[in-house]
Design a protein around this ligand. Structure first.
Ligand code: NAP
Length: 244
């Protein structure tokens, strides 16, 4: 599929992995809807960076924890673009809550934003893609969706759900729409993590380093630009963390 001049919606694209993904898709000539929640200034900066690359871009705000916002984002992105070709479900929260302190609210906050919103976006937009005869959905999962770690139970379950969602959507939307997931390992620890902790994380990775946002973004680009015979697949970009 020729991507040049087509539109992608990347959620959580103001910074970090989402921003790198938006820039990588723009390098293929794609126009980008930059979704953000609280990072308005960073989103505007990402839009300017995209425009410097010669593509069109706009920023749309939405709280993906609110169903009404999700539906509005899908409708606005479809209208603004004239029909999206690519949806990247990247936005996510990362709530650390020790097991004994878990609450229903923490569960809902994780599952609503990290799993229900990606489902709703895919449901709204995927049917449009199918009617137009083609498209790609890429979901950002996590190696922890396969091997959960402690203190992040709702997050890990939400990412396990992303893996299941990817496979189920791929079946529903075939043959017109390809749906795949990228499951990163540690690429960008939360801001402010002590250096010693980062080094310990790197030592646990067979490739002995953390990944970069660009490592993940290149895999997303590969999926939409080159992986013509893949759907319902999970691509690990984790330095081997899953098999360690
Ligand atoms: N970083 C890693 O090492 C790593 C490892 C494995 C998997 N992943 C996955 O890869 C993806 C990108 O990672 P990342 O570290 O770049 O993500 P991140 O910085 O933690 O979050 C990306 C964006 O999600 C948005 N977001 C959070 N809650 C939201 C809400 N309620 N409504 C709308 N947007 C919301 C935020 O937008 P605003 O800033 O605009 O509020 C944030 O900038 C995520 O799905 C993550 O789970 C990352």
């Amino acid at each position: 599929m020729e991507l040049r001049g087509r539109w992608a919606l990347v959620t959580g694209a103001a910074k970090r992995v989402g921003r790198a993904t938006a820039l990588e898709l723009a390098a293929c000539g794609m126009n980008v809807v930059v979704h953000y929640h609280t990072s308005a200034e960073e989103a505007a900066a990402t839009v300017r960076e995209l425009e410097v690359l010669g593509v069109r871009a706009c920023a749309l705000a939405a709280d993906l924890g609110r169903t009404s916002d999700v539906a509005r984002l899908a409708a606005d992105a479809e209208r603004h673009s004239g029909g999206l070709t690519v949806l990247v479900n990247n936005a996510s929260n990362y709530l650390r809550v020790p097991f004994e302190q878990l609450t229903e609210a923490a569960w809902d906050a994780s599952l609503d934003t990290n799993l229900k919103a990606p489902f709703l976006l895919a449901w709204h937009i995927g049917r449009g893609m199918r009617a137009r005869g083609g498209g790609h959905i890429v979901n950002l999962a996590d190696w922890a969706g396969e091997r959960p770690y402690r203190d992040y139970l709702p997050y890990c379950v939400s990412k396990a759900g992303m893996i299941g969602l990817t496979r189920a959507l791929a079946k529903e939307l075939a043959p017109e729409v390809q749906v795949n997931a990228v499951a990163p390992g540690p690429v960008m620890p939360p801001e402010g993590m002590p250096a010693a902790e980062r080094e310990a994380i790197a030592r646990a990775i067979p490739l002995r380093r953390l990944g970069t946002p660009e490592d993940v973004a290149r895999c997303v680009r590969f999926l939409v630009a080159e992986a013509v015979f893949s759907t319902g697949s999970i691509f690990y970009v984790d330095g081997g963390r899953l098999i360690a």
